[in-house]
Design a protein around this ligand. Sequence first.
Ligand code: BGC
Length: 364
Amino acid sequence: MRNFAKSFAAIAAISALALTSCGREDTGTGTEGGGEAAAGFEEGAAIGVALPQKTSENWVLAEQLFNDGLTEAGYEPDVQFANGGVSEQQNQISSMITNGVEVLIVGAIDGAQLGTQLQQAKDAGITVIAYDRLLTNTENVDYYVAYDNFQVGELQGQALLDGMAERGEGPYNIELFAGSPDDANAQVFFDGAMSVLQPEIEAGNLNVVSGQTEFNQAVTQGWKAENAQRRMDTLLTGNYTDTELHGVLSPNDTLARAILTSVKAAGKDLPIVTGQDSEVESVKSIMAGEQYSTINKDTRDLVAHAITMVEGLAAGEELEVNDTETYDNGVKVVPAYLLEPQIVTQENAAEAYADDPTLSELTK
Ligand code: BGC
C-alpha cells in the first residue's frame, strides 16, 4: 500500500512538473533544481494565504504573522479568512488565482472541497502549500507544512493518563472528544491519542462509560465550543449522575474549556482535561489548576517556515521536507515538513513559554 502510494506520488510529481512547464511563461528564472520545484519568481510577487474560520487563536495569530512576515520578505500578501464557510473560501482562492498569486498557502475549512480551485491553481502554474491542515482527494497540492498531528494526539493521550495517575489509582472513567470531521487533522489527532489509550481500554484500565469510542461518535462539528458543551452535558446526564468522571480527551483548548464549563455547571469535580494550541484562556486555566494540559505549537515558527518555503520557491529551489510517507491524501502522499509539538502542563509551562512575551507573563 505504502509502495503503491509512493509510486503514485512519483507519477503525480512528474505530471505536476509537466503541467508546471506548460503553465505561465512569465515567471522568470526556470527550474534547474528539478523535483517539484516551480519556476522561481521575482520579489514583490503576490502570495495568497487562505485561512479557515477563526476557530482557535492560532489562526488569528497566523493572519498578522503572514502579513508582516511576507511583507518583510519582499512579497505582497493577500491573507483572507473564510468565516462564511466553504463556498466563501472557494471564491477567495479563485480570486487569488485570478489576481496572479505565485504561491497559494491554504489552511482549509474542508480540505476535500477545494478540488476545482486547486486544479485552477495548478493550471496557472501556482505552487500550492497545505498549511496546518492537509488538502485531500487532489493531486494538486505540492507540499504540506504543519506540526506533527499524530504526535499531538499521542501527547494528549499520554497526558490524560499521566494526569489521572497523579490523582490516584485506576481504573479510570473517561470520555473522548474529537475535532471537526471536515478537518483532516481531527482524525489524525484522534488516532494518535487512541494509539496510547486503546491498549489501556482493552486492558480494563480505562472505561469509556458512554461506550462512545468511535471517531464518528466523538466528533465536534465545526470545532465549535457550543457543540462540545452540549455533548458533554448529554454525556453527564446520561452516564455520570452516580459515577465519577476522571478524565476527558479534548483535541483542543477551545473545546477543553467548553467541556470544563459543562462539568462545572453539573456541579461535579473537575476531571483531567487535555487541550491543544496554548490559548491564553487555557494557559490561565492550567495555571489555576483546572485544565490539565495543552500543546505548544508555536504559530510563529509554523508561519516562519511557510515563508521560508515561499522564499525557496522564489529562488527556484526544491524544498526541504522531512516526511514523505505519512500524509496520503487519498490521491498522493504529500511531501511534508513537520514541526515538533510539545506537551505543556503546569509543571513545565514557565519553561515552555519562556520566549513568548504574552504567555510567559501568565506563568509567573
Ligand atoms: C488545528 C488546531 C486547531 C483546530 C481548530 C486544527 O486544524 O491544527 O490547532 O485547534 O484546527 O481550529
